[in-house]
Every structure is written in C-alpha cells, then in structure tokens.
Design a protein around this ligand. Structure first.
Ligand code: CP
Ligand code: NVA
Length: 314
C-alpha cells in the first residue's frame, strides 16, 4: 500500500529507525542505490521559498538515478486554477513521487488522499518532517543512541519545527521539551500525540514557559526563526514577544557541557540565536544541512518500495 510522509509520526518508531539506518548507509555509499533509475521523475513543488530543500531533493533524486522536476507553484496551475486532487491525479501518471512545500497541512492530506504515489511534506505551516529526519541523523552522528537523549527547543512553539520536534523525538524515545511563550505554545493535539507516542517509546514530551527550563541539562539545544514563512507581517510583535527566548552562550551554558546546537536554517543572527553560538564550537548546523540529502534519499527509497504507483515507465 502506498505510504505518505506528511507528519513525523507517519513513521512508526521501528520505521523511523529503519529509515535513519538506511540514511547512514547511503551517506557512506552515496550512489549505491538507484531506485529511480530509468530515469523516473519526482515532482518537487514549492509554494514557499527554499534553498536547502530545493537543492537536497534535486541532488538526492539525481543520486537515486531519477530526474527531479522542480515546480514553482506561482508558475503552475496548482493553488489558483486547480485543486491539489486534480494536480495529484495528473502527476501520478507521470512521476514516481510528489514532494510538496506548502502552507496548510490539509492541502497535503488532500493531495495524498487523491493519489497512488507517495506524497512527502517538504514543510507545511504545521510540520517539517524531512528536516527532522536529517536532525535525528545528525544527533546520532554526534551523540550516538537517540533514545534517552534530552532535546530542548526554544522559541516559537507553534512553528512547524517545534511541532515536528515533539513528534519525531517522541518517536525516537527521546525527552523533548519545548520552551515557548504561552501564546506561542504548540497545538494541544500535537502535544497529546507526542505524549502518547512517548508513552510507548520510553521518551517524554513537555511544554514549558521558559528557555532555561527547556534546555536545562539538555544534550541538544535547538531553535528556529521567530518569523516563519507566511508570518512576516507579525515580525515586530514576534520579536517583542520572543525576546526572552534567544539562544546565547549564557543559555547554552545551562545545558550539558557537551551539548550541541542545531538550527534548520535560514537563521536570523542576533534574534533567535547569537552569532557566537551558531558559528561557535557547539554548533553542528552544517552537518545538519548536509544530512537533508542523505535522510531524504533514504526516505524516498523506503517510500518507493511501498508505492502502488501507476506511473508510466518513463
Ligand atoms: N531548512 C530548510 O528547510 O531550508 P530551506 O527553506 O532553505 O529549504
Ligand atoms: N519555521 C521556518 C522553517 C524554515 C525552514 C519557516 O517555516 O519559515
């Protein structure tokens, strides 16, 4: 049966481990698996801007032997004249998978419901699950076994990154704490899902109201922009509200001495993180950025094996 990856908990704990293990193998042997040989095409659609996601999917699909078809929504019919369902019905006859960066999670669900090929969330307003596969891979490289590690996310708790951290880390058996102002707390339903999953994996998922509580004794400190794509007109209000949630060296010093710092990028130095931290010795952001490539290749290969696709052999 075709599987989709719309949110982090679309992979079970065992499946998440399997994809991460495959990503580690693929990183060591970059051109060793060619499931898209033909080449088969994968459509990668962007409603929002991107550097890392665009490049890593383009390069990754090429590495897998396939042909990336990068589509900007502004120059397509999707969103304006055509529904996600109709777009999916057209694409599935010609491509092996659909990757989509969009606003509403509901659009991804509509796309997935209407197609036989795997649909991958390349970032929505609610989740950024491909980023989390890369982040978990990076944590494994720097910290070893994921289960039992403590991660503190500081900043916009309602953001796609914070909510994906809750679900993905709970799935990995980690202890995840989100520190956010009360008005930017994660959605209650996402927290409840993370706590339910954590109950099965030995992890935990907690929302706290201060940065210090979130990162106390943490192995990994994470933040993200205070102004996610689509929220630009709220910038002044957000900068005022998130002032106490900046990751600086004094905050880092309250985590474990060997804690690492992560950020999905792009970053606003001086706002959510100071330059000495993001550019300092505890930062592992460049490994994190590279690992988008390896993690997404493993995910695509894994999904393609489970796809009931009807695409033409191109
Ligand atoms: N981290 C991330 O998704 O970056 P882009 O917006 O550049 O794709
Ligand atoms: N939360 C950020 C992530 C960017 C990769 C945004 O949605 O803009």
């Amino acid at each position: 049966m075709t599987r989709h990856f719309l949110r982090d908990d679309d992979l079970s704990p065992a499946e998440q481990r399997e994809v991460l293990e495959r990503a580690r193998r693929m990183k060591l042997d970059r051109f060793g698996e060619r499931p898209l040989e033909g080449p088969k095409s994968v459509a990668v659609i962007f409603d929002k801007s991107s550097t890392r996601t665009r490049v890593s999917f383009h390069v990754g699909i090429s590495d897998l032997g396939g042909s990336p078809l990068i589509i900007s929504t502004a120059s397509s019919q999707l969103g304006g004249k055509e529904t996600a369902t109709d777009t999916a019905r057209v694409l599935e006859r010609q491509v092996a998978a659909i990757v989509w960066r969009t606003y509403a999670q509901a659009g991804l669900e509509e796309m997935a419901a209407g197609t036989t090929v795997p649909v991958v969330n390349a970032l929505s307003d609610d989740f950024h699950p491909c980023q989390l596969l890369a982040d978990l891979l990076t944590m494994q490289e720097h910290k070893g076994e994921l289960a039992g590690l403590t991660v503190g996310f500081v900043g916009d708790g309602r953001s796609n990154m914070a909510q994906s951290y809750l679900l993905a880390c709970a799935t990995a058996g980690m202890h995840v704490r989100v520190g956010a102002p009360a008005e930017y707390a994660p959605e209650a339903g996402v927290v409840a899902d993370a706590q339910r999953i954590a109950g099965t994996t030995g992890g935990s998922a907690t929302v706290v109201s201060s940065a210090a509580e979130a990162i106390a004794d943490a192995d990994v400190v994470v933040t993200d922009t205070w102004v996610s794509m689509g929220k630009e007109d709220e910038k002044a209000e957000r900068v005022a509200t998130f002032g106490g949630f900046k990751v600086d060296q004094a905050l880092m010093d309250q985590a474990k001495p060997d804690a690492v710092f992560m950020h999905c990028l792009p970053a606003d130095r001086g706002f959510e993180v100071t330059a000495d931290v993001i550019d300092g010795p505890q930062s592992i952001i460049w490994d994190e950025g590279e690992n988008r490539l390896h993690a997404q290749k493993a995910l695509l290969a894994w999904l393609l094996e489970r796809a009931g696709s009807t695409e033409a052999a191109a």
